[in-house]
Design a protein. Structure first.
Length: 299
């Protein structure tokens, strides 16, 4: 995980930062994977647990605080992103990034694929924010991205883009032909995720894959920016079609109600339209020509 450091004051929060000076707890990959796979327990812990801030993730663009949540003898690491630490973004003027992260979690939960770690909106030591279960990456997990020979990629990998890796030298950036990534790519198409770079998924110790950092999602105009273009224009799987049908119903009902506090009516309608379009075409989307469709740098 990236370096943690002592907390400087948050962007818009004049309150002094209360930090727990005791040793920063490290996360056990197997324990965090088990809790992520048990959303009911994790959500209760995140909602009702006592939050202790241990440090700030230094390379994040918004305030991302490494915390623990404790409840009834259970303690687990989590990230807390206070709304007060959000940098304003011109193209996401409404709502909050924290709210979008929670909305993305709700959609993921409704797919049944469990692709986003349990995430809640709650009050914390720096005011309201999103709190998400920390999923410690499995150090033994296989790489899902690679640079390969531009003349042809290896079997089991799918091309993303040719990349310049030095003066006059190019390589092909590829991702694995992996069912988990394929599901994540479809979820991103629904969320209109503008930031699926390589650092925004985590391989958990139980073999599951989790997407993180969904603050720039749900815009009305197409903003899909991702590395996961390996299935562009290909038919979506039958399983994905079933999930899209479920999502369409859910957006009309319970899921729509759960998203409403976090999104504008236009954003909610656009999400339903994206689901409808994916069902109609039954194909993975193509990169847009009028929007940078690949995050750069890619990790
Ligand atoms: N749920 C999580 N589990 C494990 N690690 C996480 C989780 N959420 C965030 N992180 C770690 O914290 C880093 C910063 O978080 P995140 O990407 O969500 O914030 P950000 O402000 O968008 O940062 P950046 O600008 O670097 O993308 C991630 O790159 C990742 O290493
Ligand atoms: Mg990020």
């Amino acid at each position: 995980m990236p370096a943690r450091e002592r907390l400087p004051a948050l962007n818009a929060d004049p309150a002094p930062v209360q930090e727990d000076e005791s040793a920063v707890p490290s996360a056990d990959p197997a324990e965090s994977a088990a809790l992520a796979a048990d959303p009911e327990t994790a959500l209760r812990l995140l909602r009702e647990g006592e939050l202790t801030v241990h440090g700030r993730l230094t390379d994040a663009s918004n305030a991302v605080l490494y915390c623990t949540a404790s409840l009834d003898g259970l303690t687990a690491p989590c990230v807390y992103k206070p709304v007060a630490g959000e940098r304003p973004l011109w193209d996401f003027p409404d709502g909050t990034l924290a709210g979008r992260e929670v909305a993305a979690y709700e959609v993921s939960a409704a797919t049944g694929w469990g692709l986003i770690p349990p995430t809640v909106l709650r009050d914390g030591p720096h005011g309201p924010g999103m709190v998400q279960l920390w999923v410690e990456p499995d150090p033994a997990a296989e790489e899902l991205l690679a640079l390969q020979d531009p003349a042809g990629h290896e079997p089991g990998w799918l091309p993303i883009v040719r990349a310049e890796i030095g003066p006059g030298r190019t390589a092909l950036l590829v991702h694995r032909d992996d069912e988990r990534l394929r599901r994540l790519s479809l979820l991103d198409a629904v969320l209109n995720n503008a930031d699926r770079k390589g650092g925004h998924w985590i391989s958990a110790a139980d073999g599951r894959l989790y997407g993180i950092d969904h603050g720039v999602t749900f815009a009305v105009p197409g903003k899909l920016r991702t590395l996961l273009w390996g299935w562009a224009e290909q038919p979506v799987t039958g399983e994905a079609l079933d999930v899209l049908a479920r999502l369409a119903d859910a957006l009309d009902g319970v899921l729509g109600e759960r998203l409403r506090p976090h999104l504008t009516p236009a954003e909610l309608a656009a999400a339903a339209e994206r689901v409808a379009l994916l069902r109609r075409t039954a194909r993975h989307p193509m990169p847009s020509s009028d929007w940078p469709s690949i995050p750069w740098p890619p990790v």
